[in-house]
Design a protein around this ligand. Structure first.
Ligand SMILES: Nc1nc2c(ncn2[C@@H]2O[C@H](COP(=O)(O)OP(=O)(O)OP(=O)(O)O)[C@@H](O)[C@H]2O)c(=O)[nH]1
Ligand SMILES: [Mg+2]
Length: 266
């Protein structure tokens, strides 16, 4: 595939109770590159994260957008809604980013630079110079094991399979049938990367240091980690066939013009 500089990059941040984090994160993201826009996908956070986004929107009109969903519908679904919105609104490079500062905005320029050379970019904890800060041994082992387990079972050379700081060219997302993605937690990241790889897209990994969240509480649970363990086998044995059937060049995802609950920049 021919690569070109992203003209309209979008950073998508799913949030649930990230008010304190997000009010500082949005300016930091926008400060990294004047071409960046931010879309927050919030699930009616009880701490009124949406209110903080609307405040930022006043300050950075035209660069900050919000999708407010009714109820906590999960991380994977939040990204699918964000991707649909981004594609429908002409963005050509879509970046996934946590809203708690674990993914540092200082890596965004590197991601945009790599986007010129490849189809999708993976911020990686598990290559030289990458890593995690302030994690206990248990969590480090579990996360590393999750990526190694996925790599071995799926036979794809991606060092950080479970990580969620990734950038996607619009063509990759249009070819992946977003509406049929079934995972919602960590396995969502595995499924996206696996599908993109099986569709023949190239990727680049670059090292990131993943930090512990700054404020607020984790929403991840043991069941989300377990989902990843069993879903990898489903991908391995059933997905290949689905991908073969769907891998026609003319196929693209159905994009909605405007989610009903999007509040556009004012
Ligand atoms: N919209 C939406 N966002 C979510 C949901 N679950 C988690 N998030 C957001 O997804 C991002 C990652 O979730 P975290 O709870 O930080 O998960 P984690 O990084 O594995 O866990 P910690 O290291 O403990 O922070 C954060 O920005 C969350 O606010 C959800 O159901 N809906
Ligand atoms: Mg986190």
């Amino acid at each position: 595939m021919q690569h070109k500089s992203p003209v309209k990059p979008l950073v998508i941040i799913p949030t649930y109770n990230e008010r304190e984090n997000v009010s500082r994160l949005i300016p930091a993201v926008l400060g990294e590159d004047s071409g960046l826009h931010v879309l927050v996908v919030d699930d009616e956070s009880p701490d009124d994260t949406a209110g903080a986004v609307l405040e930022s929107r006043k300050k950075y009109a035209g660069r900050v957008f919000l999708i407010s969903r009714s109820g906590k519908l999960g991380l994977g679904r939040a990204y699918v809604d964000g991707f649909h919105w981004g594609l429908a609104n002409g963005y050509d490079f879509l970046i996934e980013m946590d809203g708690d500062w674990s993914h540092n905005p200082r890596y965004l320029p590197k991601m945009l630079q790599l986007a010129k050379k490849t189809d999708f970019v993976v911020g990686s904890r598990y290559i030289p110079n990458g890593g995690t800060l302030n994690w206990g041994a248990g969590r480090r082992i579990l996360s590393k094991f999750g990526s190694l387990y996925s790599r071995l079972i799926l036979g794809v050379r991606i060092a950080d399979f479970t990580g969620g700081f990734n950038g996607w060219s619009e063509e990759v997302l249009r070819k992946i049938d977003l509406n049929t993605l079934r995972s919602n937690g960590y396995s969502f990241q595995i499924e996206l990367k696996y599908r993109a790889n099986k569709l023949g897209f190239e990727h680049a990994e670059f090292p990131i240091i993943f930090d512990e969240r700054r404020a607020g509480k984790s929403k991840m649970s043991g069941s989300i980690a377990l989902e990843a363990l069993w879903r990898v086998w489903g991908l391995r044995f059933f997905r290949n066939k689905v991908l073969r059937d769907k891998n026609s060049p003319s196929r693209s995802v159905e994009t909605r013009t405007e989610p009903s609950d999007v509040r556009p920049a004012g």
